[in-house]
Structures are given as C-alpha cells and as structure tokens.
Design a protein around this ligand. Structure first.
Ligand code: AMP
Ligand code: MG
Length: 453
C-alpha cells in the first residue's frame, strides 16, 4: 500500500500479510516509517551548535581541501623525476619551508628543500623523502638510498579530500564530530540544519509516584520518564516533560492535547496493554487516528501508534481545562505538520526502553530528517545456552566483550524480567534473537545491538 496522510494506521497494518494482534518485530519499523513524514523547516547554526543535528541540504564544497599540494611528512621535498631505479640520490639542501610559509624561487636540478608536514609544495616539486629515510652527507647534503621511494610519495594532492564543487555532505546526514571538522575545513562558519525535534512525554498509572512524593503502599516511583528523558536527549530532541498522568480519561485527554499542541511527537508509557488500553483508545479516538498493535516480542508487546490531528485539538480545546485556544495553538509556528505522532510504550521499564530502541528511535530519526542507515547488528559468540521460544523476537540484556582470540563474545546480564532495570544497567548491548530462532547453544553466534554509550 502507498501510504498517504489519510491512510489510517490500522489500514497500514492490515495491509501486511500478518495479524496486527501478532505483528512480527521485524515488520514494525518499516510500518512505522510509513507513518512518519520528515520535518522540513531548517535553521542556520554555528558549528559548535551543530553536533548531532541533521543537515537540511547538500553541502557543496566551495574550495579544494587541501587547497594546495602539501607535504605529508617532515623531510625533504624535491622533483621525483630525479629518482632512478637502483641508484641512490644525493641532493643539496637549499632552504627550509615551514607549514604556513611559501617558497617561490625555482630549484635547480640536484636541489631540495627541508620541508615540514603541511607546508605547501613549491612549484616543480612533487616528492618528499621523510627525514628518517635520509643520510646527512654534509650539513647541507642528504642522500636517499636506492629504491626507498617513488616519485610523488608523501605529497598530499590538492583536493584529494574534497574537490571544489563536489558534494561534501548530503542532506539528511547526522552531523558527527568528523562531519563538523569536514564542514569547518571548508571554511563554513554556519550550516543549515533541520530544526530540533520536540518530543513530549508522560507516564501513566495511578500507582506511579513522581520524585519528591512520599512513598505510599502499592505505589512505585516513576522510572520511565527518566530513561525516556535520557534516550531522547541522546537523540538531540527538545524534551517536554509532562509528568505523571493518572488512569483517568479526562486527565489523559488534557495531557494529550497539551502535548500535541507543543510537540512533534508524544511518548507515553503504561496503559497500552489490553484491558488498560481502553482509556488511551477512547481518548485518542476523537483526536485522530490510532492503532493498538501487539508485537511478537519480549520484552514488550503492546505498542500504540497514533496521529493526533491539530484541527481536532483546536476544536476541542475551547472547552478544555487546559484552555489551549485555537489562536495560541496557531501561534506555535514550529508545528508545521497537521498532526503530532504518538507512541504508546508499555509500562514495564525495560519493555519501554526496548520498544523505544527497536521501533521508536528509528521512527524519530526519520522524523528528524536523518537518512543515516541504522547501526548494523554485530555477531558475537554466546558463552552460554539461551532459552528462546520460536515465534517471537527476543531482546536479551547482555554484555559484549572481546574473547582471548580477538573475536566478540556475549553473555546475558542476569534476570531478564521486563521490569528489571538492574540487568539493563549492567548491559552494553541487547542480544537480538530473531522470530523463528529457537534455543541457542553455548558457542553459537548471535546478533547483538550495541547500546549507545
Ligand atoms: P502497564 O503497562 O501500565 O500495565 O504497566 C506495567 C507495569 O509497569 C506495572 O507494573 C507498572 O506499575 C509498571 N510501570 C508503568 N509505568 C511505569 C513507570 N513510569 N515507571 C516504573 N514502572 C512503571
Ligand atoms: Mg498502568
């Protein structure tokens, strides 16, 4: 199916050859990608603000990098045509050229210049012999032994990194430290990037306590808002923390409206599973379009995906307790699309994190305009037997390390309960066991998703 803005999420899932009540994990990312239209608004930022941002358009190199042929070594520059196979070469040193200086006097046959790394090669010289490959015959003569180098060696050519007029970086590139350096090497002080994503999040549940509240029987402290804050911050999103919302339709409605009026995407946790999802389902129904998927995975399973239509919230809000009027909504000029995406994560803390990493993070990267391919899964040898039920994808918290023979090995980090954060804290990766896979024997290779940081 070719998706449009009006294709409902349920229709998208129904177009798959499998049951939305039992979606395969490896189909969910592709399904979500169809629901996400990348942002288009951009802004110019200075290089120190550009880390982690997404390039809004191709950057065409305004100059050659390097801008001149230059020496790759500290040594002696000379004309490589003087080299004769099988013969040593003795040259007279007529001067010294430091990086940043230029030399214009032509050299005669049999002459060379002492040159430092990065110094521009004078006209007519194309080869550098490193200092350590020379023998000093007299204070101003050096000898190069036979067959130690070829013409052109140790000379970096004009434009060998980037040619003037070529595309240095493509639209959609995530600006890494190396990319910042590359853009700076072009002399660019500013770069056009897509605006930052705004993501609102809240936790749901009558039993969830915010930090600072006293403990009470039957209640637990909220952890999901803090893990989501961390995961979203690492994506470079602007986060809007909307606290804890009780399992109560009017408050859920108010929180969703408030979030949709401010953000490109909303993440909720809890209340997405069967039985509890009814509040989310009934609250979302008049606000837009939503689908409640059940994914064959562990940990995780329920995932709600919705699109809250902005025209719906501006109508609704006249009577809303939050009083977000149509005009104040319209003043939020950053909201360029006609809807806000919603991802309803499971409440169990590890299930919420894994669902975020497996599905929501790739969708948000696409929303940010990033075209970067996802990080590849690694292959590592499991040092232990793993129990795995075919028919669902499992993500097991694990520690990847280097074995004595230099290959990667992996072990699980303990209790794999979907609420057990301590084994997640001890993990540097997730073993990803594919849908059909059964038990893993010790010594078998498995795929591993590395956790960032
Ligand atoms: P739910 O998905 O709402 O049924 O919640 C599943 C489990 O996760 C329950 O044990 C909840 O208490 C727990 N849970 C839900 N939200 C959070 C949260 N924000 N922080 C910690 N635990 C949570
Ligand atoms: Mg709940």
């Amino acid at each position: 199916m070719t998706p449009t803005h009006t294709t409902s999420l349920a229709e998208l899932a129904a177009a798959l050859p499998c049951n939305p009540d039992n979606l395969r994990a490896d189909q969910v990312s592709a399904l979500l990608a169809q629901c996400v239209q990348p942002l288009t608004e951009c802004e110019n930022v200075g290089m120190f603000k550009a880390l982690g941002r997404v390039l809004a358009r191709d950057v065409v190199s305004p100059l050659n990098v390097p801008p001149h042929d230059n020496s790759a070594m500290d040594g002696y520059a000379f004309a490589g045509s003087a080299l004769v196979a099988g013969e040593a070469l003795t040259l007279r040193v007529v001067g010294t050229l430091l990086a940043g200086a230029t030399w214009s006097a032509p050299l005669k046959a049999g002459e060379c210049l002492k040159i430092m790394t990065g110094a521009a090669m004078p006209a007519g010289l194309d080869t550098v012999v490193p200092q350590e490959l020379t023998r000093a015959e007299t204070p101003d003569h050096i000898t190069i032994a036979a067959n130690t180098l070829r013409a052109g060696d140790n000379c970096r050519k004009t434009g060998e990194d980037l040619l003037q007029g070529s595309v240095a970086l493509q639209q959609g590139a995530l600006l890494t430290p190396a990319a910042l350096g590359l853009l700076a090497s072009l002399g660019l002080a500013q770069v056009a990037v897509l605006r930052r994503l705004r993501v609102a999040y809240f936790s749901t549940g009558n039993e969830i306590l915010s930090l600072g509240e006293p403990p009470r029987p039957g209640a637990v402290y909220d952890s999901n808002r803090y893990t989501l804050f961390g995961l979203l911050s690492r994506l470079g999103a602007q986060v809007i923390d909307l606290g804890v919302v009780p399992d109560e339709p009017a408050q859920l409605h108010a929180a969703l409206v408030q979030a949709a009026a401010q953000a490109d995407a909303i993440l909720t946790s809890g209340g997405a599973s069967a039985g509890e999802a009814d509040h989310l389902r009934s609250t979302l129904a008049p606000l837009g379009d939503a689908a409640f998927w059940r994914i064959a995975m562990r940990p995780g399973r329920p995932l709600a995906v919705g699109r809250i239509r902005h025209d719906k919230i501006s109508i609704k809000t006249a009577s809303s307790a939050l009083d977000i009027s149509a005009s104040s909504y319209q003043n939020n000029s950053f909201l360029s699309t006609d809807h806000t995406l919603l991802f309803g994560l499971p409440g169990n803390p590890v299930a919420a994190m894994v669902s975020f990493l497996a599905f929501v993070r790739p969708a948000l990267l696409r929303l940010m305009g990033s075209t970067q391919a996802p990080a590849p899964l690694l292959r590592a040898t499991s040092t232990e037997r793993l129990h795995k039920k075919p028919g669902r994808t499992e993500y097991q918290r694990a520690w990847v390390s280097t074995a004595a023979d230099g290959t990667l090995q992996v072990r699980t980090t303990g209790h794999q309960g979907s609420g057990v954060l301590s084994s997640m804290v001890q993990a540097n990766g997730l073993i990803v066991l594919a849908h059909e896979q059964g038990d893993v024997a010790a010594g078998d290779a498995v795929s591993v998703m590395l956790l960032e940081g």
